[in-house]
Design a protein around this ligand. Structure first.
Ligand SMILES: [Zn+2]
Length: 262
């Protein structure tokens, strides 16, 4: 079961990384997204199926394109491995403790039948895409956040979770104020939309936990980067990755962390 989940996670990581690349690099995104085959960014040679196997192809080809021998970025295997490990982590530290399954088969069937599984999976994909996009390209595309905002807004109305809608609204106002006060230097409108989305799917009090974690980890990373002289005190680092990572932690462990602090 662990191996199955790991392989599933690697495949998801590969898919989302490709999506993020195409969103930021391709002019005609929807056409490329639906029809385009992957190719080597340097020699433009289309990849055969065996050159497209997540994680494996990179190591079998020793990190080089088979045609022009240019080096393939470490980003791809790293993102795939990272996603695989996150899937295994959620399985070990969240699914098993919470569902206490009698067997792996039982957990698989019960997850498969629950609507919530798909919502959690979807929000995970969104957060991963935001994380990668803001980390590598310093933007959070509306194509990622807007559909998710719409889906969770409708979901909350159907479920009557007005507190979550209120949390989203409060997050948006708070971050708009931050953008206004820092004159857009600290944060962008992409962050504002992301926080609105976070409020919608996290609700209260998990949104507070997520924001607390994001500001804490962002500040610590900033100080570390200045200390190792990678950044100057007035230089910028994108805040989206911290928001996405904290939202992910709060999504699964938010209530536990909230109770711990109270
Ligand atoms: Zn090539």
């Amino acid at each position: 079961m662990t191996i199955f989940i790991f392989v599933f996670g690697i495949a998801i990581g590969s898919f989302i990384d490709c999506l993020v690349y195409r969103l930021n690099k391709e002019k005609n995104f929807w056409k490329r997204f639906l029809k385009g085959r992957s190719y080597c960014p340097r020699c433009k040679h289309q990849l055969a199926w065996f050159e497209n196997i997540p994680l494996c192809s990179f190591f079998l080809q020793k990190g080089k394109c088979r045609h022009c021998h240019s080096l393939i970025s470490w980003r791809y295997p790293l993102v795939e491995l990272f996603t695989g490990l996150i899937f295994v982590g959620v399985y070990k530290w969240w699914l098993i403790p919470n569902f206490n399954p009698s067997s792996d088969f039982y957990i698989f069937i019960s997850l498969f039948c629950q609507k919530q599984t798909y919502l959690y999976l979807y929000i995970f994909l969104v957060l991963l895409a935001v994380f990668l996009s803001d980390l590598f390209y310093w933007t959070i595309p509306d194509q990622i956040t807007f559909p998710a905002i719409l889906i969770f807004f409708i979901w909350n109305i159907i479920q009557g979770q007005w507190l979550s809608i209120l949390a989203g609204l409060a997050g948006v106002i708070f971050f708009l104020l931050l953008v206004f006060l820092t004159k857009g230097k600290g944060m962008g409108l992409g962050d504002v939309k992301l926080v609105g989305l976070m409020g919608l799917f996290l609700g209260f009090p998990r949104l507070i936990v997520a924001l607390y974690l994001a500001f804490l980890t962002g500040a610590i990373t900033g100080v570390i980067l200045i200390l190792i002289k990678k950044k100057r005190i007035d230089s910028r680092i994108p805040f989206g990755p911290f928001l996405a990572l904290s939202a992910f932690v709060a999504l699964f462990w938010g209530e536990k962390i909230w109770q711990f602090f109270l």
